[in-house]
Design a protein around this ligand. Structure first.
Ligand code: HEC
Ligand code: HEC
Ligand code: HEC
Ligand code: HEC
Ligand code: HEC
Ligand code: HEC
Ligand code: HEC
Ligand code: HEC
Ligand code: HEC
Length: 411
């Protein structure tokens, strides 16, 4: 959709240039005999606006009931229509009627939603005075109209980083129409089943790209992003890790602390991972390891505190996660020491070599650990079992002795 606007814009610009060029050329030929005369050609005058604008009367909808879209579009299809803010800044208020008609709202019911379903304060021309002082302020203001019908989505955004940033005065943060547009809103889930459309992941990532271009570029070359761009809906898009409406990020702890659980939604899923022949032991082995144990403890007891033990992303990267066979991967043998050194500055090859990674200790990967575990597995139940028997027999002996003694005293 953004693409389409861009194309329209370039088309218009090209047309304007071509027209301008022709005018200049014509003017040039006309002025040729009078060389050195004033050659600054005047820009062509803007075409006249619809006749309504020449009158000072209030222009009202003439049909029955409330104004329909055709009434609004009668003026708003004019491609020269502009709004001038108090500051003198101008913006185009042209509306692409075809694009609107193709949008999910333009398709609603038999004739599509009327414009006033969102612009409910506008019934006639002149319109109520515009209070916004910049185009950005107007966008933010008009975007509040979405909440009226999609209350659930609006509620989800209440504790998001975006709305929080907006409330704190960052006007560059995202509102509904930044991601969905105002007039070209696309369907993202199936009309009857409500299940997300397969392409919604990719469309979602492109929405984020508008403002987070650098992260998107990195993500697009990661094992997840590369796969997404081939149309694979199994891999996480931005929204799967951060949320699309209740967007969370590292500035809102405990996001990082609980990030292993995000990875686990897929990486502990047997059916999903079998498709890619990726081990699902990664989460369990991580939690069983010293690092994961510490992180789990923080999750349970001190979720608001920063933890210095590594989460998945500290070893694998965040937006640049790679296949473990990739020579650039931070977890292949050659790069692993420097990955550990982020936090264990004195680590050597032996240090990382001695660590079990995600392997469950078995006789192939870690024979010593496996042997020790096996011995413990036999020894501990045996010792505890023997002690149990000993204690029980001791209690029985004492009980029997006491009974004998009391029987003896009764006699
Ligand atoms: C007679 C022509 C005309 C008609 C009819 C008209 N508009 Fe406008 N509209 C304009 C012009 C011109 C502007 C630019 C600002 C101004 O001059 O008020 C504008 C600005 C706007 C704006 C942006 C500024 C604001 O007020 O928020 C919106 C939104 C808008 N119109 C919506 C509508 C809707 C919805 C309808 C139909 C109910 C409609 N317009 C009907 C001419 C018209
Ligand atoms: C689903 C809600 C919705 C409907 C329906 C809708 N608009 Fe809008 N409109 C918006 C939002 C949100 C914006 C601000 C978007 C932006 O600035 O990118 C907007 C912006 C505008 C603007 C300001 C210029 C601009 O493009 O930012 C005009 C003019 C306008 N709408 C006219 C119309 C007309 C005419 C119709 C009917 C054909 C219509 N709108 C239907 C939500 C809607
Ligand atoms: C007047 C009520 C109304 C308003 C206001 C409204 N919507 Fe909708 N919207 C709907 C309805 C109803 C549907 C479902 C359309 C259908 O199924 O025919 C819908 C569908 C959608 C969808 C597609 C949903 C899906 O399941 O894929 C998106 C996205 C959406 N709206 C976003 C917005 C945004 C963004 C705004 C503000 C610019 C907005 N809506 C304003 C009523 C509204
Ligand atoms: C930062 C980008 C972003 C913002 C801001 C945003 N959305 Fe969305 N929205 C998405 C993405 C991505 C999807 C599709 C994936 C999903 O449903 O999580 C979506 C899906 C939807 C849907 C379809 C729901 C469905 O069941 O699939 C509706 C309706 C919707 N948004 C409305 C809104 C409204 C209303 C707002 C403003 C309060 C809003 N969105 C703000 C990105 C955004
Ligand atoms: C596999 C999960 C995952 C995916 C997919 C993902 N992120 Fe992240 N993102 C994270 C994690 C985890 C962090 C926190 C990293 C940290 O603690 O330093 C983060 C941090 C961020 C941050 C804040 C820190 C920074 O680097 O500026 C932003 C913004 C962000 N992500 C946006 C995005 C966008 C946009 C996309 C899609 C192009 C995306 N993320 C895809 C997991 C993900
Ligand atoms: C209109 C621009 C815009 C769009 C579109 C947008 N963002 Fe953002 N986002 C921002 C801004 C601005 C901030 C900075 C807020 C702050 O730190 O004050 C931000 C912050 C974030 C953060 C928080 C980083 C942190 O430090 O905690 C995450 C995560 C994030 N965005 C993810 C996303 C995702 C995911 C999408 C797409 C679904 C998206 N954004 C779409 C503008 C945008
Ligand atoms: C201390 C560093 C470290 C942490 C923390 C870590 N990993 Fe790993 N991960 C590795 C190493 C090293 C390998 C390579 C193992 C090998 O030799 O194949 C690996 C391999 C993987 C693989 C590939 C497995 C396969 O079958 O190909 C996945 C998937 C993975 N990790 C996911 C995770 C997830 C999810 C988490 C968090 C729950 C996590 N990792 C935490 C270091 C780490
Ligand atoms: C929405 C599901 C999903 C989430 C969430 C997710 N992944 Fe993945 N991940 C996948 C899928 C599917 C693949 C296989 C992609 C392919 O090969 O096309 C994959 C591949 C990987 C690989 C490469 C394994 C290999 O083949 O060597 C690593 C490493 C990895 N993910 C780590 C992580 C980490 C770390 C997180 C959390 C920060 C995470 N993933 C979150 C689905 C997910
Ligand atoms: C993000 C920082 C971070 C990274 C990266 C990291 N560690 Fe650790 N590691 C810690 C912290 C903190 C502790 C102590 C607390 C704990 O056990 O979680 C620790 C503890 C250990 C221990 C337990 C013995 C000890 O020294 O206390 C070993 C062994 C270890 N790490 C190995 C590794 C290996 C091997 C790697 C690389 C594959 C690695 N670590 C990467 C932070 C990290």
């Amino acid at each position: 959709m953004i693409q389409r606007n861009r194309i329209r814009f370039t088309y218009r610009t090209l047309r304007a240039f071509a027209f301008g060029g022709m005018v200049l050329l014509a003017a040039g030929f006309a002025l040729l005999p009078t060389a050195y005369a004033d050659v600054s050609a005047q820009p062509p005058p803007p075409p006249p606006l619809p006749s309504q604008f020449l009158s000072t009367d209030v222009i009202q909808y003439q049909g029955e009931g409330s104004p329909d879209s055709a009434f609004c579009l009668g003026c708003h299809e004019n491609e020269y229509l502009q709004l001038t803010f108090a500051s003198g800044e101008t913006m185009s208020v042209t509306v692409d009627a075809e694009a609107y008609a193709a949008s999910v709202h333009g398709q609603h019911g038999t004739e599509g939603y009327r414009c006033i379903r969102c612009h409910d304060n506008i019934r006639e021309y002149p319109h109520p005075e515009v209070t916004a002082s910049t185009p950005r302020e107007l966008t933010i203001e008009l975007s509040t109209s979405c909440a009226r019908c999609h209350t659930d989505k609006y509620d989800e955004t209440l504790d998001s980083v975006h709305l929080t940033a907006m409330i704190n005065g960052n006007q560059q943060s995202a509102v509904c129409s930044d991601c969905h547009t105002g007039h070209e809103v696309q369907r993202l889930s199936d009309e009857t089943t409500n299940v997300s459309l397969p392409e919604s992941n990719q469309i979602g990532a492109e929405m984020c790209q508008t403002c987070h271009a650098e992260i998107y570029e990195v993500y697009a070359t990661s094992v997840h992003g590369e796969s997404l761009l081939t149309g694979n809906a199994d891999v996480p898009a931005c929204g799967d890790c951060h949320g699309s409406h209740s967007v969370r990020g590292p500035s809102a702890e405990p996001f990082r602390l609980f990030s292993p659980q995000i990875c686990a939604t897929c990486h502990a899923d047997e059916t999903l991972m079998a498709k890619y022949d990726i081990s699902t032991d990664v989460f369990d082995t991580y939690v069983a390891d010293f690092h994961g144990t510490t992180v789990t403890l923080f999750q349970q007891t001190a979720p608001d505190q920063a933890v210095n033990s590594p989460v998945c992303a500290d070893c694998h990267g965040v937006h640049n996660i790679m296949a473990v066979s990739d020579p650039e991967s931070p977890v292949i043998k050659d790069n692993l020491v420097s990955t550990c050194q982020q936090c264990h500055p004195d680590a050597t090859a032996n240090f990382s070599g001695a660590w079990l990674s995600h392997y469950r200790p078995d006789f192939e990967n870690a024979p010593l650990v496996a042997a020790a575990e096996t011995i413990y597995a036999i020894l501990i139940p045996t010792v505890i079992g023997a002690m149990g028997v000993f204690v029980a027999s001791d209690i029985y002996r004492r009980w029997r002795n006491r009974r004998r003694a009391s029987k003896g005293a009764q006699k």
